[in-house]
Every structure is written in C-alpha cells, then in structure tokens.
Design a protein around this ligand. Structure first.
Ligand code: ADP
Ligand code: ADP
Length: 230
C-alpha cells in the first residue's frame, strides 16, 4: 500500500473550492512534483497531505494513520515525528547557529543535546556545509540556508518530506544545487518527497509529476517515466 494516500479530498475556503475531490498516492521513496497554475490548489493540496489543514471531506492516510481523524494537537505531533518540511524561506531561526537549527527538531523529540548536535553536524556535512555549523542563517548564502533547511527536514528520519517552492527565492544554478541536495538527502533517508513547484527544471529532479487544475488532479496514478535532470 502507498506510504501516503489521499481519497476524495475536498477543501473549501468560504465560497472558493480549493480542492474538489482529489485522489493522490505516493509510494515509499517516490519523489513527486506537484505542478499547475497559480491559484489551482497546489499549496492547499500539500497542506492537506501534510496534516496542516484538515480536509472538509475525504481521507488522507499516512501509513496506517488516518490523518483526518486526528485533532490539531495530534496532527502537530505527527508532523514533528513523521514528516519533514522545506519552505521557500523563513523557516530557520535567525538567532540560532545552523547546527542548532538542525538539532532543534531532535531536541523537541527528547534527544539529548550532545547526540542531537552530533547528528545535526553529520547532516550538515552530508549537505556540503562542514565548517559552517556555527553560522547564523543571515551569515549564509540563500542556497546554503536552504541546504540547512533540508538538513533540518531530514534529521528526524521523516517518512515524507514536503517542500513548497523550496528554490523559489534562488537563481537557477543555486536552485539546482538545492534540488540535488534535497533529492539526494531524501533518497539517503528513504523518505518520499512531495514538492510544489511551477518550474519545469525543478520538477525534472522528481520521479513523477502530478498536475493540479481548478482543484482537480489530472494524473494521480504512478507510472509516468522519470524525466531526470538534464
Ligand atoms: P496554488 O498553491 O496553486 O497557487 P492555493 O492552494 O494557494 O493555490 O489556492 C487555491 C485557491 O484557494 C485559490 O483560489 C486561493 O485564493 C484559495 N485559498 C487558498 N488558501 C486560502 C485561505 N487561507 N483563505 C481563502 N482562500 C484561500
Ligand atoms: P507545529 O510544530 O505545530 O507543526 P510549526 O511552528 O512547525 O508548528 O508551524 C506550524 C505550521 O506552519 C507548519 O506545520 C507549517 O505548515 C507552517 N509553516 C511554518 N513555517 C512556515 C514557512 N516559513 N512558510 C510557510 N509555512 C510555514
């Protein structure tokens, strides 16, 4: 069975139907690019799949867990324990050094500081950031800061990583570096990846694409050939 599975997901904001009954399956280790025009429902889909928003109808299952039956507190716990997130910007704490930003999710799970720091430093090194552990986000380039965010998303060993335009604030070549880091780290961790982007070059790093249009997913089933980066 798929690692992540949405069935008939509906989400409305007032009179706007952002998702009109969406089915999506994501297999273990699969990397999925969610594409579509602005306002089509991509972010809303990501938020419903990630337990950030509760759907108005339909089900979202992560492994054996029906996310829709959880209350807000349990969804928050599930996000912390089983999911990872990378956003466009603004997710790192500016007053903390990189290594502490990465160690924080582990410490919130009760991992002692020395062990959390050790594991955080390993992830930073794996992402090409050895020697930059002590830098604060403002002392890093945009690409370096996003690789710190990737380390932070992966350090807890999530089942699925969600990324919303993770390269949206970067130039093309820096964006490619971040995508290489994100897909490499996701594969190394055995996680699945669900990534929202409007950028074909970013989507090319993923094994599959789905397209959202007016709140409908047009191609939810696996089986399209992997495009692969140029
Ligand atoms: P995309 O990510 O593809 O740009 P969104 O999922 O952000 O699209 O939005 C889909 C639709 O839902 C749009 O019409 C948007 O205006 C609306 N929408 C999204 N979030 C909210 C919200 N919090 N309140 C009201 N309308 C929203
Ligand atoms: P929790 O620990 O309850 O998940 P967080 O502080 O992680 O709370 O934030 C709540 C939610 O807000 C997150 O799950 C995430 O979806 C969203 N969020 C946090 N930071 C950002 C950001 N920089 N950009 C967009 N969404 C964000």
């Amino acid at each position: 069975s798929p690692r992540l599975s949405a069935r008939g997901v509906v989400k409305r904001f007032g009179a706007t139907t952002a998702l009109a009954g969406v089915d999506v399956d994501v297999a273990a280790g699969e990397t999925v690019a969610v594409m579509g025009p602005s306002g089509s429902g991509k972010s809303t889909l990501l938020h419903c799949l990630a337990g950030i928003l509760a759907p108005d109808a339909g089900t979202v299952r992560l492994g054996g867990t029906d996310i829709g039956t959880l209350n807000e507190r349990d969804r928050s716990l599930l996000r912390r324990r089983r999911l990872g997130f990378v956003f466009q910007f603004g997710q790192l704490l500016g007053e903390l050094p990189a290594v502490e930003n990465v160690a924080l999710p582990l410490m919130l799970q009760g991992v002692a500081r020395p062990e959390a720091t050790r594991r955080a430093a390993e992830w930073l090194a794996a992402l090409g950031l050895a020697g930059k552990e002590g830098r604060r986000p403002g002392e890093l380039s945009g690409g370096e800061a996003q690789r710190v965010a990737v380390a932070r998303a992966l350090v807890t060993g999530p089942e699925v990583v969600f990324a919303d335009e993770p390269t949206g604030a970067l130039d093309q070549s820096t964006g490619a570096d971040v995508m290489r880091a994100l897909t490499g780290a996701t594969a190394a961790a055995g996680a699945s990846l669900v990534l929202v982007t409007h950028d074909e070059q970013v989507a090319a790093w993923c094994s599959r694409r789905i397209h959202v249009r007016d709140g409908h997913v047009t191609d939810a089933a696996p089986g399209q050939p992997a495009a692969g980066p140029a």
